[in-house]
Design a protein around this ligand. Structure first.
Ligand SMILES: C[S@@+](CC[C@H](N)C(=O)[O-])C[C@H]1O[C@@H](n2cnc3c(N)ncnc32)[C@H](O)[C@@H]1O
Length: 204
C-alpha cells in the first residue's frame, strides 16, 4: 500500500518535471543528461579526443551525450544493468568494483585516460542516511579507481550524497587533485541529497 503511494508520487513528479519532458524531446534516455551538461558548462571537463569511462552508465544518457557531442573519443560505459547500444561506446555489463571488470576496463584503454565520470547510485532503500553511506562507499571506490586510471592532470567527476562520508571523499579528492569543487547542478532534484564532486588536475 505504502509502496503504491510512493510510486504514484514518483510518477506524478516525473510528469511535472520539465527535464524529463525535455529529455524525451531530445531523445535522451534519462533526465540525468542535464546534470552532465550543467557540470560541463561550469567546469569545462569535456574535450574532443578524450578517453572517458562512464561508471554506472545505464540507461545511457551521459554516454549518449558524450558520443554525440565529442569527436575522436574513446568511450566505455559500465553498469550492473544492460545498456542498449550507443554509437561509438564500448558497453560492459558488470560490477565495476569487481577486479575482473577493473582489469577489463584497463585492457580496453591499454593506457592512462583523461576522464572518469560516475553517476553511480545504489538502489535506494528509502532511508536517505543509509543510501548516502552506501553511495559514499561507491564514490570512494571510484576515486581510487580514477587515481589508477587517469593521466597526470586527468579529471574525475562523481555523484556524492551529503552525509557521513561526504567530508572524507572531499578531503581524499583534495589530496590527489589540484582542484576540488562541489556542485549541485540546477537539474538535480532539490529534495535529493545528491551533489557532485568535480576533481581536476590529478597530481603526478
Ligand atoms: C542514476 S543511474 C545512472 C544514470 C546515467 N548517468 C545516465 O545518464 O543514464 C545509476 C546507475 O549506477 C549503477 N550502479 C550502481 N552500482 C554499480 C556498480 N557497482 N557497478 C556498476 N554500476 C553500478 C546502477 O545500476 C544504475 O544504473
Amino acid at each position: 500500500m505504502k509502496k503504491n503511494r510512493i510510486s504514484k508520487n514518483w510518477i506524478n513528479k516525473q510528469r511535472r518535471d520539465i527535464y524529463v519532458r525535455q529529455s524525451k524531446i531530445e531523445g535522451y534516455r534519462s533526465r540525468a543528461v542535464y546534470k552532465l551538461k550543467e557540470i560541463n558548462d561550469k567546469f569545462k571537463i569535456l574535450r574532443n579526443g578524450q578517453s572517458i569511462v562512464d561508471l554506472g552508465g545505464a540507461p545511457g544518457s551521459w554516454s549518449q551525450y558524450l558520443s554525440s557531442t565529442l569527436k575522436n573519443t574513446k568511450l566505455l560505459a559500465i553498469d550492473l544493468l544492460e545498456i542498449q547500444e550507443i554509437k561509438n561506446v564500448k558497453l560492459m555489463k558488470g560490477d565495476f568494483t569487481d577486479d575482473i571488470y577493473k582489469q577489463k576496463i584497463k585492457s580496453f584503454f591499454n593506457t592512462k585516460i583523461d576522464l572518469v565520470i560516475s553517476d553511480m547510485a545504489v538502489n535506494t532503500t528509502g532511508n536517505k542516511n543509509l543510501d548516502a553511506i552506501v553511495t559514499g562507499e561507491l564514490a570512494m571506490e571510484s576515486i581510487e579507481f580514477a587515481k589508477e586510471m587517469l593521466k597526470t592532470n586527468g579529471q574525475f567527476v562523481t555523484k556524492i550524497f551529503m552525509g557521513s562520508s561526504f567530508n572524507e571523499i572531499v578531503s581524499e579528492s583534495k589530496k590527489y587533485f589540484r582542484e576540488t569543487s562541489v556542485f549541485k547542478p540546477p537539474s538535480s532534484r532539490k529534495d535529493s541529497k545528491e551533489t557532485f564532486l568535480i576533481s581536476k588536475f590529478l597530481r603526478s
